[in-house]
Design a protein around this ligand. Structure first.
Ligand code: FMN
Length: 164
């Protein structure tokens, strides 16, 4: 059983969770990066608008081959939806026969994010087996990392026959 962690993160919170999962499972980790740099003052407008429209942004070349059995896919919630970068990744990767665990970070309202991403992955042949939403507003980094460790431990026991 091989796990892979793939994530997009704009301000680093989702990255904390992604790294913690990967570390706990000793899994490979890949970061989705956009070609165009987003500027912070405008991201709520432009990013939120693109997320609402279900847009895909241009992302940097990366390994789209999911050479694993279990994929952990993480994104911040933007306007109650997945991010344009993750939409782009999902459109390019082959999810056939992959089990997928979703994780989202957010201020507090995940809206339609889980459903939209689940539908997108399942329409490409993947099976979403679990999903986590993690609040980040006013939460210390250590606590966010601990949530990632918990997700990793859950799957370590379930799929990798170990508890730590
Ligand atoms: C454009 C934009 C839209 C957002 N929309 C939501 C939202 O609908 N619900 C929510 O709870 N948080 C929302 N947030 C907050 C982020 O989801 C939250 O800060 C997240 O943890 C950031 O992850 P990151 O540091 O990995 O980028 C939004 C942030 C941005 C930049």
């Amino acid at each position: 059983m091989k796990a892979l962690v793939v994530y997009y993160s704009f301000t680093g919170k989702t990255e904390l969770v992604a790294r913690a999962i990967a570390q706990t499972l000793n899994a490979d980790i890949r970061k989705i990066e956009e070609v165009k740099k987003r500027r912070k003052p405008f991201v709520f407008l432009t990013g939120g608008y693109e997320a609402i429209r279900g847009k895909r942004s241009e992302i940097k070349e990366m390994d789209f081959n999911l050479d694993c059995d279990l994929v952990f896919l993480g994104t911040p919630v933007w306007a109650g939806r997945p991010t344009p970068a993750v939409n782009a990744f999902v459109s390019k990767a082959d999810f056939r026969n992959k089990k997928v665990v979703l994780f989202f970070t957010m201020l507090g309202i995940s809206g339609k994010a889980t459903k939209i991403l689940t539908d997108a992955i399942e329409s490409k042949g993947g099976k979403v087996i679990d999903s986590f939403t993690i609040k980040t507003a006013g939460i210390e980094a250590e606590k966010i990392i601990e949530r990632g460790n918990e997700i990793g431990r859950k799957y370590k026991e379930q799929y990798f026959g170990e508890s730590s």
